[in-house]
Design a protein around this ligand. Sequence first.
Ligand SMILES: [Zn+2]
Length: 479
Amino acid sequence: MRLYDTKARSVVEIVPVRPGQLSIYACGPTVYRDAHVGNMRSFLLPDLICRVAQSQGLTTHLVQNITDVGHMADDTGLGGVDEGQADTEDRILAQAGLEGRGALELARGYEARFHEDLAALNIRPAQAYPRASESIPLMIDLIQVLLDRGHAYVGSDGSVFFDATSVADYGALSGNRLEDLRPGHRFTAEMDSAKRFHADWALWKHAGDSRTQLVWETPWGRGYPGWHTECSAMSLDQFGSSIDVHTGGIDLRFPHHEDERAQSNAASAGSVAGGSAEVVQHWVHGEHLLFAGRKMSKSTGNVVLVRDLVDRGLDPLSLRLAFLQHRYRQQFNLTWEVLQTADGQLRRWRERVAEWAEAPSAPIPADLQAAFELPCQEDLDTPRALQLLREAERIEDLADGAKFEFFAWADQILGLDLVRDVGKAPQPVPESVQRLMEERAQARLDKLWARSDELRDAMAELGWQVRDTPEGQQVTPTR
Ligand SMILES: [Zn+2]
């Protein structure tokens, strides 16, 4: 499989460090609210990588963290602060205050909803979902190693900072150079004065007395972890000093992943026999999703959730299909129309697959199978793979039984539940549609083609699609 590697800035061959087993660490949700469909696009990426790797005979080990502490309102460095929040406020605590709930109660509630959303999109569960709040001892150990190795220092406010100048190639991932990084709005005056250099970041934050939840005692006093610390601590704990693929949304490239890379490399270099100085072999990022032409955010009021699709009567897998119709690293503009079209396509495919399932099974032609695998393995070119499905559907001399086998096999990667309707009793054709069919059959006998087309449109309005076959008209429901 080949993927676009953000650091190499090119599409590269992915070769697991442990032969036969691909390790993947995916940045997970900050569980202070429901994940919106843009977040879901990021969470689909590791699932696709796993499915393609598995189709090539690899086993996959996926770990996705749950951020339930330490993610400040503006840790992205890109703004995106929700209204009413100070940029130095912990997202979990701020929302817990708004909802009048305990911080961990709030976090567990949204974590459960995150898993429901994954299931609705056929995103297979990771092997582990470590929680930041339960990984504090790992973070303390990591910070101690970084202090011992001279990569970190205790600032004047009691916080522990990573020394950005202590790593030679800081910025290799994002392209940001230290000398170009200027103090920005995300650094508070207080924190700026506590650290030596404006680009240093807090590994551990000293807590004031007002913070009563999500605080821990450490050798450096009472406090809480910086957001980037958790991903280094948990990924090193889960995988040791080598991770094949690390995924996340493109907005995590800087500072989150740049800082995580610096921490992980600094903590593990030379510490494990055979370990490489580069912990993460490949960083893979998914592009932004726009909805109706705008970035999704609470302040613009266009946040769309998986449950909003369900409320509109759409299959949540129409979202998955809409995602697959675009490359993961291509920005695209999702709209309700796109989702409705995808929903119709899914239904049509499932009906066809159910029809083909009635035919005797036939093998998938090897060239068709290879033609589908190729784009999947070439940087997840899912639009091309879907195009092949449409082409296969139209191949006249491909037996129905082979079409069934092909769609069922391809769906192991696509995850669209294309075989869902197999064995289901067909929907009875209502009398109104039957009458139109009879009228249309007569119109065709009389060669009244315009009338025939009118009747076809009338049937479409009633939700039935008609096809003319050697056995006569066949109708299938479109909704
Ligand atoms: Zn992360």
